[in-house]
Design a protein around this ligand. Structure first.
Ligand code: F6R
Length: 611
């Protein structure tokens, strides 16, 4: 995690870097800093958000044309002024920012301490920087050379940007395992963890690959591998507008993104659900259709919300394609010795496309010969690039730390994949295909309908905001939505919440139920409706408070629940795309009424690029 920005060119670097860091705060926001080259190296850093640093620098001379900036999500060392990046080297001549983790930093630190180095921070970053400085002075080489030598010893993940006060308009950058984009302007260059800091200046970007090093000057970009061979930068054109990453009148990005869902789901389906031919058009699936339909097994790897999308996909793919599916936490999968058989297909789901555990999990699986199908939101991200094939979710940039619109777009893509494989394989009959095809087409409008409950959900949030715990229950296709609802609440409101299969509740969690416990039932009409009605009765019999998400007009559950939130009627397979909307809004409003920073919940970061 952590966000990095760099600039070299004729503009004032500081305001540009600050603006860029604010856009990257979703990646971490516990401390911030900048290093500027202006007749010498100046480092300013502070615990807190970018705005805190900005405020502390009012009246300070921050004039510079080359600089780097960092917004941090702590890994080594608590959030504090001294642990904030950039770090300055022992001589004070070099400054560095880092996104990632240096795993062998203790060993490197030990070597440096023996040579007399002392450290001002607890970070692995300061260790690497001084290691580079030590190599530079021992070998009497330039910074580029020293970085190259140092990185050969480094175990871990990094994007680093360095400044050297003796080389005043140059930024040295290197990457392994964390994202780095370089924007190309006229006589200027921009660097960022993603393209958002450079969007208004250029649409031409280079995605730096692992084990590459960049020497960036105003009118020069040199890309090399760690063997010092020059590489030709592959320049891509960004298809992203500035408006897409701004709040557009909403109080929070999270709310904006929740309300964007009719459009983002529509964008995701558009061109893929082809009404003229009544088929699903997905080139990523089509290219590998034989492998997909003959796969003996599908293994889905993901983390967090993306894992919940994967869990729902398990139900859907098994139902429509009759392929056994396993859903794995990427962080567990990568450290096991999983059995991957010939023909197995791995589906990797990730909004950011940079989640370290998911990335390494698929690298391992790829080494064992598996086909990797990426379901990714961020175009050009690492997971998208390493995947054998895949489909983008086209939800646009998701800035709110809690995932919302990316989740519904993931579901839309996964449904379409299942429809396509099912029909090609012959396990999905034409009439159910037609039904689900039409149901999916209607989903964007139904999401818009579900969003109309927003004001009502706000009142429900006010009623339950002081609860200490919540239980979320669902069955079948709605079970993953119960898990997702609980996760959203934990992240945004800091209220403990557990998601459970509704029937499993009797095997333990029911002991928690008393008149203080709100229980959210995801109970839209489906084949398990009668069963979930019984589960609601079991909770009511123990005086629990029931908040039920129901299909419009479900008078039976209305008569039993303390509060209901209605969503439009839909086929049970696609209904989770609707029942998840109240989950998002409930978590959002509880966070808001508690006065919390819903876009930047404590301890979290949008993109988890450390394991
Ligand atoms: C929850 C959330 C996280 C992410 C998880 C995976 O709201 O955002 O749980 O879903 O960190 O991230 P991606 O999808 O980027 O791989």
């Amino acid at each position: 995690m952590c966000g990095i920005v760099g600039y070299t060119g004729p503009r004032e670097a500081y305001p540009l870097i600050i603006k860029g860091l604010k856009r990257l705060e979703y990646r971490g926001y516990d401390s911030t800093g900048v290093a500027l080259l202006n007749g010498g190296l100046k480092v300013h850093k502070k615990k807190g958000k970018v705005a805190d640093l900005e405020e502390s620098l009012v009246g300070v001379n921050v004039h510079a044309h080359t600089g780097i900036g960092h917004t941090r999500w702590a890994t080594h060392g608590e959030p504090s002024d001294r642990n904030a990046h950039p770090h300055a080297s022992a001589s004070g001549k070099l400054a560095m920012i880092h996104n990632g983790i240096i795993e062998n930093y203790t060993q490197l630190k030990g070597e440096l301490i023996k040579k007399g180095y002392t450290f001002k921070s607890d970070t692995d970053t300061e260790v690497l920087l001084n290691f580079i400085e030590e190599i530079k002075s021992n070998n009497n080489c330039n910074l580029e050379e020293a970085v190259r030598i140092a990185l050969k010893r480094v175990v871990g993940a990094y994007v680093i940007l360095l400044l050297d006060q003796d080389d005043p308009d140059t930024i040295i950058a290197a990457r392994k395992g964390s994202p780095l984009v370089i924007g190309i302007g006229k006589g200027e260059h921009f660097l960022g963890s993603d393209a958002s800091p450079m969007l208004e200046y250029t649409k031409e970007v280079v995605y730096v690959n692992d084990y590459e090093l960049a020497i960036v000057r105003p009118d020069e970009l040199i890309l090399k591998n760690l063997g010092n061979e020059k590489l030709t930068p592959y320049v891509q054109k960004l298809d992203l507008e500035l408006a897409a990453i701004e709040k557009g009148g909403y109080e929070h990005f999270m709310l904006k993104e929740i309300f964007e869902q009719p459009q983002t789901v529509y964008d995701c389906l558009r061109g893929r659900l082809d009404a003229a031919s009544n088929t699903v058009i997905m080139s990523g699936v089509q290219k590998h259709i034989d492998a997909l339909k003959n796969a003996p097994r599908v293994i889905i790897v993901a983390c967090g919300t993306s894992w919940h999308a994967g869990l729902l996909a398990e139900y859907v793919i098994e139902e429509l394609c009759r392929i056994p599916v396993e859903v794995e936490y990427a962080s567990e999968f990568r450290y096991r010795n999983p059995v991957i058989n010939k023909g197995d297909v791995i589906i990797a789901i990730s909004q950011s496309g940079e989640t370290a555990d998911t990335l390494v999990a698929i690298e391992r699986a790829k080494e064992q010969g598996a086909i990797i199908f990426g379901v990714v939101n961020v175009v050009g991200s690492s997971i998208a690039r390493i995947s054998t094939t895949g489909s983008y979710t086209h939800a646009g940039p998701e800035i709110g730390v809690a995932s919302t619109k990316a989740f519904t777009a993931q579901l839309a893509v996964l449904y379409m994949i299942a429809l396509k494989i099912g029909v090609e394989k012959g396990t999905l009959d034409q009439s159910l295909f037609n039904k689900l095809f039409n149901e999916l087409n209607a989903i964007p409008d139904k999401i818009a309908e579900a969003l109309k409950q927003s004001e009502h959900i706000k009142k429900v949030a006010e009623k339950y905001k002081d609860a200490k715990d919540f239980l979320y229950l669902g069955r079948g296709y709605n079970f993953p939505i119960a898990l997702e609802g609980a996760l959203k609440l934990k992240e945004i409101s800091y209220i403990h919440a557990e998601g459970y299969p509704a029937a499993e509740m009797k095997h333990g969690p029911i002991a928690l139920v008393d008149d203080q416990l709100p229980v959210v039932f995801v109970a839209t009409k489906d084949s398990y409706h009668e069963k979930i009605v019984s589960n609601i009765q079991e909770i009511k019999a123990r005086k629990g408070k029931v908040i039920a998400v129901i299909t419009e007009g479900d008078e039976l559950i209305k008569s039993m629940a303390d509060d209901v939130i209605e969503v439009p009627e839909a086929h049970e397979i696609v209904a989770p795309m609707l029942s998840t909307i109240p989950m998002q809004l409930l978590a959002y409003y509880i966070g808001v009424v508690k006065g919390l920073d819903v876009d930047k919940p404590r301890n979290l970061a949008k993109s988890v690029t450390v394991e």
